[in-house]
Design a protein around this ligand. Structure first.
Ligand code: TYM
Length: 331
């Protein structure tokens, strides 16, 4: 069976973008067709200014939401990155095949480091090496496919490059992975600023969170910024606000965003239907989340078993990489 791996950072509340771009596919498709691992990548959350108690809380909440979204521990492995030492063990080896120039070219590094500097903070070295840790996450498991949203493609390509380079220098050790993107909603945009991605750490009314109450969802969608012009057309460049709503509606209803455009003759009705479609998609996830919150012991058990399984799966390949690169095996 194909090996699939993907991850989510506990840096903020999970958004509709995370759900439509990644999580929903993990639950509805990937766990059924592949030997899949899903990881709450808490070490990655330490690469920018963070509040320790909040990271812990969000790690637990993200795990609960992933189960609420339908991840089934009988079908996939769900765990927390810091519980499995193989990630950082491998990351160091990959730092020894990565170049600092290629790290500095990563779009997310450029954006996030600029943001940190603007806020007067210093940029953590781990922000620069973040994509190497992400490559380790992926390569430790012999991953073939990485289901992600559009913003992670460059990082997955780096993981490919590092796998190929390591294999060429030190002998075949890693499977070369590739990213897989959803057909629609690969990049859900901020409702208030539809030329930027809807991000977990954005503030304001432009981000729909998975746990937003129905009325909050409605308000955010109805107040979404739309473009000038009256007709409803699908045009990413010219009409980003409208196109974003069409993408969200299509992702929630299983339709096609371009053909949906011809169904609507006003922005108002498109917004109304999109708001209701989002509310309906979130309803069962929120209900299941409430149930799971009443059973934290179950969630803890899932994470414990998941970490144990992930450790066993990763260790042999990471050990092989240690030998291949020239490190003496312990006696
Ligand atoms: P993160 O935590 O930012 O996002 C988790 C997943 O959600 C997708 N996503 C989106 N998709 C569509 N529209 C959006 N607005 C949107 N926002 C987020 C992301 O593409 C991602 O698939 N570096 C990764 C976490 C990571 C990882 C990994 C992923 C660490 N190691 C190994 C895959 C494999 C990240 O920050 O995702």
């Amino acid at each position: 069976m194909k090996r699939v791996f993907s991850g989510i950072q506990p840096t903020g509340h999970v958004t509709l973008g995370n759900y439509l771009g990644a999580m929903r596919r993990w639950a509805e498709v990937d766990q059924h067709r592949a030997d899949s691992l899903f990881c709450i990548v808490d070490l990655h959350a330490l690469t920018v200014d963070h509040d320790p108690a909040r990271v812990q809380r969000l790690s637990r909440q993200t795990a609960t939401l992933l189960l609420a979204a339908g991840l089934d521990p009988g079908l996939c492995t769900l765990y927390v990155q810091s519980h499995v030492g193989e990630h950082t063990r491998l990351s160091y080896l990959l730092e020894c095949v990565a170049g600092d120039g290629e790290m500095r070219r990563m779009i997310q590094y450029k954006e996030k480091s600029a943001r940190e500097r603007e806020r007067g903070g210093s940029v953590r070295l781990s922000l620069l090496t973040y994509p190497v840790l992400m490559a380790a996450d992926i390569l430790a498991f012999g991953t073939e496919e990485v289901p992600v949203g559009d913003d992670q493609v460059q990082h997955v390509e780096l993981a490919r490059d590092l796998a190929v380079r390591f294999n060429q220098r030190y002998g075949h050790t890693f499977v070369v992975p590739k990213a897989s993107l959803p057909g629609v909603a690969a990049r859900v945009m901020n409702l208030q600023n539809p030329t930027s991605k809807m991000g977990k750490t954005d503030a304001g009314q432009g981000v729909v969170y998975l746990l937003d109450e129905p009325d909050v969802v409605r308000k955010k969608v109805l107040r979404a910024v739309t473009d000038s012009g009256r007709d409803v057309v699908y045009d990413r460049e010219g009409r980003p606000g409208l196109t974003n709503l069409l993408e969200i509606l299509a992702a929630c209803t299983g339709g096609n965003p371009e053909s949906l455009a011809s169904v609507y003759d006003s922005y108002g009705s498109l917004k109304k239907d999109t708001a209701e479609a989002v509310v309906e998609v979130l309803r069962p996830v929120q209900a299941r989340h409430r149930e799971l919150c009443a059973d934290p012991v179950y969630v803890e058990g899932v994470l414990r078993d998941g970490a144990e399984k992930a450790r066993e799966l990763a260790r042999p390949r990471v050990d092989t990489a240690y030998r291949a690169i020239g490190l003496l095996p312990p006696a």
